[in-house]
Design a protein around this ligand. Structure first.
Ligand code: ADP
Ligand code: MG
Length: 341
């Protein structure tokens, strides 16, 4: 469906996007995840046709869209700030884009109502948008984007202004609506939880490039670099030096010696970074990691235990602050984040 080929963009002579290529298939929701300022909104504007790239092409089913103006692309956009018209009713807001398309009154009415039903807003037609809650306003914005039956939907941090509980609910709703309508979507956010809750596929944008493209579980379970593990908040990233002991690779770190088990051919003496998963440990008197408890926090079905060395783990029972504990880091709780040189 949508295909980006080698998109580049500079601002102030600094490269922002350095060759972005990916595609979005039918029915697919792709989440583009990147830090603030990484170029996510710029990329959406390029796809929408609101801004030209320096190089590269945007294609739809093989057709180059370079010469096609934004209003003819039939892509829908939903922003964080909703951009609703405060002086218009809910219905008039939803129908706005349709009226611009020279459709008959009956078609406008039917499509606007259909979109309102899709987002569960039936009955809100005559309400003022200024009377609505943030979550309801965001659903009006979604209905307005759905009404012209776009062939692609793009979301730019649409839930950023809402509180966590409401965000969780709208995420689930949105995922349901996208799958029910079958419209392919690109969803931009800097919030990893949100991306993983909505995506069929996650793309990580870093320093102008897509550094990772995979299913949520692949990206979560198999981080390819220390940056990915840190950015996704997967756990403790520590440095160590590889040593070979009786033919087995070990990593010596300031907090203990760990098996490597990554299958990479690392040299003795090589510096590597490891991910220690917070849930990948158990209390054990002969454990390979020890530390003094600095903080204990109740965390749903476990306790988040932070040690004085800065590492944190989830344990089923709460130790005392100040207590020295020993943990066995399970092999499944360790991942090597460094590719061999
Ligand atoms: P994101 O959406 O990931 O936060 P943006 O795409 O909004 O990132 O912007 C990335 C960077 O590009 C900004 O930090 C800014 O420096 C630069 N930028 C964006 N738009 C413009 C513009 N119109 N003129 C100059 N610089 C811009
Ligand atoms: Mg942005």
């Amino acid at each position: 469906m949508l295909q980006l080929l080698d998109i580049t963009k500079d601002y102030d002579n600094k490269p922002l996007l350095r060759g972005i290529s990916f595609s979005v298939a039918a029915n697919e929701t792709v989440c583009l995840l990147g830090a603030s300022g990484s170029g996510k909104s710029t990329l959406l504007r390029i796809i929408a046709g609101l801004e030209p790239p320096e190089q590269g092409t945007v294609r739809w089913e093989g057709q180059d869209l370079t010469a096609m103006p934004a209003h003819l692309r039939n892509f829908g956009l939903v922003f964080q700030d909703y951009a609703l018209f405060p002086h218009l009713s809910v219905f008039e807001n939803v129908a706005f884009g349709l009226k611009m398309q020279n459709l008959t009154g009956t078609v406008v009415e039917r499509r606007a109502r259909e979109a309102m039903t899709q987002v569960n807003l039936s009955g809100f037609e005559g309400r003022r948008v200024t009377e609505l809650s943030g979550g309801e306003q965001q659903r009006v914005a979604l209905a307005r984007a759905l009404a012209p039956r776009p062939r692609l939907l793009m979301f730019d941090e649409p839930l950023g202004a809402l509180d966590r509980a409401l965000r969780d609910r709208l995420q689930d709703e949105l995922r349901g609506i996208l799958h029910a309508t079958g419209i392919p979507a690109i969803y931009v956010t800097h919030d990893q939880e949100e991306a993983f809750a909505i995506a069929d596929r996650v793309l990580l944008l870093h320093e102008g490039r897509i550094v990772r493209d995979g299913s949520p579980s692949e990206v979560w379970n198999e981080p390819g670099s220390a940056w990915e593990a840190r950015f996704l908040g997967l756990g403790n990233v520590i440095e160590g030096v590889v040593s070979l002991k009786v033919g087995r690779s070990k990593v010596e770190t300031p907090v203990g010696v760990f098996g490597l088990g990554c299958g990479h051919a690392h040299q003795a003496g090589e510096k590597v970074e490891l991910l220690l998963r917070p849930s990948g440990v158990r209390l054990a008197a002969d454990g390979n990691l020890h530390g003094v408890v600095a903080d204990v926090l109740f965390h749903q079905d476990a306790f988040k235990v932070t040690l004085e060395n800065g590492l944190y783990f989830y344990l089923p029972e709460a130790p005392q602050v100040g207590e020295e504990i020993r943990l066995c880091v399970l092999q499944s709780g360790i991942r090597c984040l460094t590719s061999p040189t």
